[in-house]
Design a binder for this molecule. Structure first.
Ligand code: NDP
Length: 292
């Protein structure tokens, strides 16, 4: 059984980023990422800090806008417009979820698609469906695909079952796996909460992508011998034995599923580190594609 180390593959992606950054620097250019946070949700704040730190570690230009929870839709839109027009910024990300009074979909649509490194703008969703390589693909599924490629997992002709249909993970993951080319050409089934007899479907899978948001949901009974399992889930569960009082677990019951697998990602240290690495890669791609 192969444990696919997201940490190791993420480091490889970051090494490629460093090379690209050096090449751009030789041309007098520096990729810039702006991360906008509205409100003081602790988890969101931690994500924003780690993105900012990763940018700075790599030598990217990083702008971190921390706005109060009282920020209005109009004020937030004004910030997005300013970043759209800032030539030093190539990628813009508004951390989700914003406070309830913010219309998130309208904010996403206001971001210049050429700077939408999260890949959530309708133009980029369409480009993914159209297999247009100039588009931006959401970082988490892009990272999952990269993990499969680097682990030497053959996706061509494989039956891949994606559990979850969110716009952030499940749906773009399915589009990537069914696209033509490396890391694609799979036969894809997408399942969700209305799926009947999920276990019968996942048991037919060569590759399972679990993006459900429920701790230890995928059990041994869901997985056939020799399957590849990518666990996207990040769930907090109580654990009084830890200092924080909780631990992070995936959507897959790792201990019972791993022995049946050809390859599996752990949580933590699997998909998680890939997401931020692909965000850096997307920002560099945005810079390369930009005119300035
Ligand atoms: P969402 O809640 O947006 O989507 C969950 C999906 O799972 C939905 O499509 C839902 O179906 C489906 N689902 C829920 N219950 C069942 C069930 N009983 N059987 C089958 N399908 C079910 O979550 P996300 O896609 O945003 O995230 C999924 C997980 O991935 C979470 O744990 C999240 O924390 C993690 N995540 C990790 C990231 C990383 O960097 N590693 C990044 C993003 C997310 P329906 O559509 O019918 O409701």
């Amino acid at each position: 059984m192969q444990i696919i180390s997201g940490a190791a593959v993420a480091e490889k992606v970051l090494e490629e980023c460093r090379r690209d950054i050096a090449e751009l620097a030789a041309l007098g250019r520096k990729p810039g990422l702006a991360v906008v946070l509205v409100g003081d949700d602790p988890a969101s704040r931690a994500y924003v800090r780690s993105k900012d730190k990763k940018c700075r570690d790599l030598g990217l230009h990083s702008v971190k806008l921390e706005l109060p929870a009282t920020t209005t839709q109009e004020e937030l839109l004004a910030h997005v417009h300013a970043l759209n027009n800032d030539p030093a910024i190539h990628g813009i990300l508004v951390q989700s979820p914003p406070p309830k009074h913010i219309d998130e979909a309208a904010i996403v649509r206001a971001i210049d698609p050429a700077k939408d490194v999260d890949g959530f703008h309708p133009v980029n969703v369409a480009k993914l469906a159209l297999e247009d390589p100039t588009g931006f693909v959401p970082c988490t599924p892009l990272g999952c695909q990269r993990l499969l490629i680097d682990a030497g997992i053959e996706t061509s002709g494989a039956h891949a079952v994606v559990v979850g249909r969110s716009m952030i993970v499940g749906k773009p993951m399915a589009l990537l796996l069914m696209a033509k080319g490396k890391g694609g050409d799979a036969t894809v089934t997408v399942t969700h909460s209305r799926t009947k007899d999920l276990a019968a479907i996942t048991r037919a899978a060569d590759i399972i992508i679990a993006a459900i948001g429920r701790p230890h949901f995928i059990k041994a009974e869901h997985v056939k011998e020799g399957a590849v399992v990518i666990d996207v889930g990040i769930n907090r569960v109580d654990d009084p034995t830890t200092e924080k009082g909780y631990k992070l677990v995936g959507d897959v019951a790792y201990d019972e599923v791993a022995p049946k697998c050809k390859a599996i990602t752990p949580v933590p240290g699997g998909v998680g580190p890939m997401t931020i690495a692909m965000l850096m890669a997307n920002t560099i791609k945005a810079c390369k594609q930009a005119k300035s």
